[in-house]
Design a binder for this molecule. Sequence first.
Ligand code: ADP
Ligand code: MG
Length: 239
Amino acid sequence: MASGISLRNVRKSFGATEVIKDIDLDIDPGEFVVLVGPSGCGKSTLLNLISGLETLTGGEVLIGGNRVNDVPPRDRDIAMVFQSYALYPTKTVHQNITFGLQTRRIPKDQQEEAVAEFSRLLQIDHLLHRKPGQLSGGQRQRVAMGRALVRKPAVFLFDEPLSNLDAKLRIEMRTEIKKLHQRLGKTVVYVTHDQIEAMTLASRIAVMDNGHIRQFGPPEEIYENPVDLFVAGFIGSPP
Ligand code: ADP
Ligand code: MG
């Protein structure tokens, strides 16, 4: 099941500095929204406000129509995949993937079912007994995705998940993420620096600048009809 996400007048300050400035955004259930914008414009902070890792200074966040301002991250039915894989180095791949299920007291047979399904899907079923140190970067990223997927959340947040991978792997993983999305139909918010990634994956692209969303629309619209010079300059000419 997928849930929509709505941000209403969302604001976030760190001390006296406002880094998210009155953002309104409506993401449909099952949509793949890609967030782009210059470094420091607030992309990660916006994801952290949706996940609950950061608390709001103002406004509200709704997931599946429910206000989640006061819901802690672990109860938000969201999974996150970051650029740094942050796998547990002393645990096996299998233990890394099931850890979040154990802490949520999911029955053992359901855990095993989920591991089998997603490790096959991600082609890491032959690696389940290895430790992260014995994996390549691409394999580690698959494990990180597996760990997020087994929880079967309604919403996925990705923060530049592929930026540590080499170009060839990036293209491969991009294709896989697209296939996974088509197959699982979850709502995704995905931050990237890579314009081709944005074009390939997004149902809609949100272009951020300095705490604002300048434009939110399908890739073709952003490229063909940028609303201002910032968007035009940032996106550049169509690939
Ligand atoms: P992006 O992901 O687009 O590069 P971030 O959301 O990480 O941008 O950061 C937006 C702004 O907020 C930056 O100026 C950053 O320095 C600042 N910032 C982010 N997190 C914190 C924090 N925990 N404390 C203080 N400032 C922060
Ligand atoms: Mg960031």
